[in-house]
Write a protein that binds this ligand. Structure first.
Ligand SMILES: [Zn+2]
Length: 94
């Protein structure tokens, strides 16, 4: 199974398309109407969701991309920090 870089989402399989969609942990704890908004804006319901762990199930490309954009943003912030801290060939600004 692939290690999750972040634990803010769970992957639930939709019985409609057979793909796993990312659902935020807040919603995974339970929603009042039993509807879950996946990262790809698809709505999962109790009756169309299989919450078991499916390591081999295909993940929704839209959810993956939504998760990926988040990770890219974090990576970019990290790069900016490093770039600001290290100024190759430059004198310290202080
Ligand atoms: Zn999805």
């Amino acid at each position: 199974m692939i290690e999750e870089p972040e634990a803010e989402h769970v992957w639930w399989k939709s019985t409609r398309d057979g793909l796993c969609h990312a659902v935020s942990l807040d919603q995974a704890k339970g929603t009042r109407d039993g509807m879950y908004d996946a990262a790809c804006t698809k709505v999962l319901t109790e009756s169309t969701t299989d919450k078991r762990d499916f390591p081999d199930a295909e993940r929704c490309p839209y959810c993956l991309s939504a998760m990926g954009e988040k990770l890219v943003a974090v990576a970019l912030a990290l790069v900016m920090c490093v770039a600001n801290g290290l100024r190759p060939g430059g004198r310290p600004t202080r």
